[in-house]
Design a protein around this ligand. Structure first.
Ligand code: ZN
Length: 380
């Protein structure tokens, strides 16, 4: 197909949207037939495969790295790479167009070219947590799910009456912190504080959701049992905490933690499940904060976290280090109110200093006991 007519590629546009408009500009009714004509595998393009992006770049005279930054790159797992952000598929709208009526209205009058090539699909509309347009302060409207093989222009053709109805009656709404965060991050803007900037987009939304739900509805509340509105409000609350940084997260964890729990899962509920069991690097920044908070309150069980118990020692190791017997040490800890039972083994390091403060030598020994405990936790 020689002499391809070009359409502009907008900075916040998805690659499949651009290809759909390109097809229309070149007289094709679908991306599928356009891709076939220029030797690009349509499904491969939708999946962001490098070979198809290369081919598309060569036939349109654009740089492949430019096209890649607009593509949805599906990997082997459950993640999608979009504009240098990693997002789990479960946070994306699947084969469903959500759009801002005012953005489309502006496209119609502001963009050049044939009328059916003017509207384009913004990257942020792919995210299911994007609910309000940050440019127009207007609610995003959703169309019914479409076939995976239908492109943007086909979807707009099929839903032209519904779309026109939305354009004639846009619904005013205030963009939330989450709406703004999504748009800004997908535009490459990382200026949301050192904590949030260190967390990939998908993990940030996920953490904000669980943190916010725990703060608003309790740590055992299942997200799936809440309404969409409640989830959105909670996610925004969690996002506000993350945006305020590590001290705010610690305060939030203080209010979530169950002080009567004896184990980490009961203490933090579903948030603990997400962070402790998750082995993905995406959550590491927030996980470190969580572990720091938890290890100040509970002994972390299991090999993976034994080194994180910096704030605990044991009655057995204190007895060994100070030349006492285990029973005597346990009684002393109980009588001074450091432990709540004569059988308690876990001892907060902070209390050890008070217990032994009359004898500096014992403090040194106790420190050793703390160190040993971390290394030998499995023995006691
Ligand atoms: Zn808009």
């Amino acid at each position: 197909m020689a002499g391809i007519l070009q359409v502009p590629l907008f900075s916040d546009e998805t690659l499949p949207s651009w290809v759909a408009r390109l097809a229309r500009a070149n007289g094709k009714l679908s991306s599928f037939s356009f891709c076939g004509d220029v030797g690009v595998d349509f499904s491969g393009m939708l999946l962001g495969r490098p070979a198809e992006i290369e081919m598309l770049a060569s036939v349109t005279g654009r740089a492949s790295c430019e096209l890649t930054s607009h593509a949805l790159v599906f990997g082997a797992g459950h993640h999608v790479q979009i504009a240098n952000e990693t997002v789990s598929k479960k946070f994306m709208r699947k084969n469903q167009l959500a759009f801002c009526p005012k953005c489309f209205a502006e496209d119609d009058v502001g963009n050049g070219g044939e009328t059916d090539t003017r509207r384009y699909w913004r990257k942020s509309w792919l995210m299911s947590d994007a609910r309000v347009c940050v440019v127009h302060g207007c609610q995003l409207e959703g169309l019914p799910p479409h076939s995976r093989l239908h492109d943007l222009c086909q979807v707009l053709d099929r839903n032209s009456i519904a779309v026109a109805g939305c354009i004639s009656a846009p619904v005013h709404a205030e963009p939330s912190l989450v709406d703004k965060f999504i748009v800004e991050r997908l535009a490459g803007n990382v200026s949301h504080g050192p904590l949030l900037d260190g967390i990939p987009l998908g993990a940030a939304i996920h953490t904000a959701r669980l943190l916010g739900v725990a703060l608003s509805h309790g740590s055992e509340q299942a997200v799936t049992q809440l309404s969409k509105e409640e989830v959105a409000l909670s996610t925004n609350k969690g996002m506000s905490v993350l945006r305020s940084g590590a001290p705010s997260v610690r305060i939030a964890l203080d209010s979530i933690v169950n002080p009567h729990a004896t184990g980490i899962y009961f203490a933090y509920g579903r948030l603990a499940n997400l962070l402790i069991r998750n082995t993905s690097d995406e959550y590491q920044t927030i996980k470190d904060l969580f572990i720091e908070h938890a290890s100040g309150r509970f002994i972390l069980k299991g090999e993976r976290h034994s080194a994180d118990n910096k704030t605990w020692t044991s009655a057995t190791l204190l007895a060994r280090a100070t030349g006492s017997t285990k029973d005597k040490m346990r009684r002393r800890l109980y009588e001074t109110g450091i432990t709540t039972s004569l059988n308690a083994e876990a001892v907060p390091v902070s209390a050890v200093r008070d217990l032994l403060n009359e004898d500096p030598t014992e403090i040194v020994k106790a420190k050793t006991a703390c160190e040993n405990y971390r290394l030998r936790q499995g023995d006691v």
